[in-house]
Ligand binder design. Structure first.
Ligand SMILES: *Cc1c(COP(=O)(O)O)cnc(C)c1O
Length: 388
């Protein structure tokens, strides 16, 4: 045996480290499952629950810590945990805070997979899930029971677009010691400061505006309270909700342009919505900045912007087959779920089967206005309306 390592070992153990002093704007992409410790004492001294040191890839790398810190800043929160999708972030909150025998209140216009998750918790996990009118405001106090632990909110609901009175819901909840979580994806944390309006837990689907690329799925849960963050962190660890380094980088890469993109989506969407509002085919424009939208006054009071997502209700005289044909004839608006990317999208929803007590038979169609020239988008809608 010589001191020279075999090639097989040498391929693994290299003494080379790059020189210190490299500096550039982007965060480095650290791929790691195993995190190395200098010695056993260092290993024993580190606690995975503290973000002051590294323990294992699942609990954080410089790349994920960087994204978490930036997201917490955007929401003016303190703590942030990443999850592999927006829906995983919702599940992380539910599994962290609910146990069998508990009760959770969910808005009736909630993002549908959140509703599905709630129904699953109710059916198989012994958790009572009750749905409430998103415009209930302070009236939520009348629904809170001794076993109610959590109230989900979404501002606005991302299909029917009602804007809830978050401060009123939070006051009623906090009076009775109940936590309030918000799905704040629509406003990207830009147009609505949820913590300043009383919310305890902010959830974001980073899949949308934060990434901006229609190319990655990720979610985040942001809090101000250390103890609350710790409870959610335990669920993150127990569920093993790690995120990949490259995906994390894609989201980091989107952040510097997010405000500019959001404002451009907002301006474009308002132009398209205003044009639709003047059309005889359209009965109602469900955009929070328009008076047709339930909760418009609350939006004016609490929000600073709107983004690219809104819905319209067609006049009752049009049947589903006609509005489907309208959507099929759009050229720039593509048919697909999600939003927050550069491309405009359009999706029909059978709102009458989704919302209890929904008034009217008009077809609901949701638009995501992307970053194209709004005049081209309007021309596209105009030519497709001709087929009605
Ligand atoms: C997209 C979305 C989610 C879920 O995000 P995914 O990353 O697709 O799981 C949650 N809430 C809202 C309002 C969304 O639009």
């Amino acid at each position: 045996m010589t001191n020279k390592k075999s090639l097989r070992t040498a391929l693994i153990h290299s003494g080379y480290t790059p020189p210190d002093g490299f500096s550039a704007f982007p965060a480095a992409i650290h791929h790691a499952s195993t995190v190395l410790f200098d010695n056993v004492a260092a290993m024993r001294s580190r606690n995975w629950q503290e973000k002051t040191a590294y323990t294992y890839g699942l609990h954080g790398t410089p790349t994920t810590f960087t994204l978490e810190a930036r997201l917490a800043d955007i929401e003016s929160g303190k703590h942030c945990l990443l999850a592999p999708s927006g829906l995983a972030a919702i599940a992380m909150v539910d599994f962290a805070l609910l146990k069998s025998g508990d009760d959770v209140l969910v808005p009736d216009n909630v993002y549908n997979p959140n509703r599905e998750l709630g129904s699953w918790l109710a059916r198989d996990f012994g958790i009572a899930v009750r749905f409430y009118d998103p415009l209930i405001g302070a009236g939520i106090a009348g629904m809170i029971q001794p076993n109610t632990r959590l109230i989900w909110t979404e501002a606005p609901g991302s299909v029917s677009m009602e804007v809830p009175d978050i401060p009123a819901i939070c006051r009623a909840a906090h009076d009775k010691g109940v936590l309030v979580a918000i799905d704040n994806t629509w406003s990207a944390g830009i147009a609505f400061n949820a913590f300043d309006h009383g919310v305890d837990i902010v959830m974001q689907a980073l899949t949308k505006y934060q990434s901006g690329g229609s190319d990655v799925l990720m979610g985040a849960v942001i809090t101000r309270d250390k103890e609350l963050n710790h409870r959610i962190e335990l669920a993150h660890m127990r569920l093993g909700f790690g995120v990949g380094a490259d995906d994390t980088y894609l989201v980091l890469r989107g952040l510097p342009t997010m405000k500019l993109r959001f404002d451009a989506h907002d301006a474009g969407a308002r132009k398209v919505a205003a044009w639709l509002k003047a059309r005889p085919e359209i009965a109602r424009v469900l955009h929070p900045a328009f008076a047709d939208c339930p909760g418009h006054e609350i939006w004016k009071r609490d929000f600073s912007g709107a983004g690219g997502l809104f819905s319209v209700v067609f006049d009752d005289r049009y049947q589903e087959a006609q509005t489907d044909r309208f959507i099929d004839n759009l050229k720039l608006f593509k048919i697909g779920f999600s939003w927050g990317g550069a491309n405009s999208l359009c999706v029909p929803y059978r709102i009458q089967t989704m919302r209890k007590g929904w008034a009217g038979q008009g077809q609901l169609v949701r638009f995501n206005v992307g970053l194209e020239d709004p005049l081209d988008l309007i021309a596209d809608i105009e030519q497709a309306l001709a087929v009605l």
